[in-house]
Design a protein around this ligand. Sequence first.
Ligand SMILES: [Zn+2]
Length: 138
Amino acid sequence: MLNPNIHIICGKCGCNHMFSFEIKKEINDNTNKEVMVVYVSCDNCGTLTSLDELMEEKISIDEKNLTDDEKFMYNHNIDDEYQMDEKPDKWKISYYPIFEDGKNGEKYNEPRALVEKPIKNGTDFREIPLRYLKKFTK
Ligand SMILES: [Zn+2]
């Protein structure tokens, strides 16, 4: 094989050249969903390790089966600023999701985000669905 930049060493026997891998379909205990697991095996001593014990799986956002709101939050960073109704005011998301009106317990028909912007003498808070927000372009 070529000389790759990432090297693997068996933590049990120290072998660094006798590896094989295997991809298995398994059921995730927490989500009950079918997942593909990659096992790396040290063929010198027989030690077996699944790759997800060693590193995070890179999952593209399209494969995650997220709702539009979840995608929105996935792409949201704490410092991001948003505009509402094409107005120049800059809003930040302070909390998401909110499912019901805190005062009367009435359920919203879609989850809302608490957004805030600084105003004279304090902060203006609003509860709105995420779809009303657009990332601010400077
Ligand atoms: Zn080994």
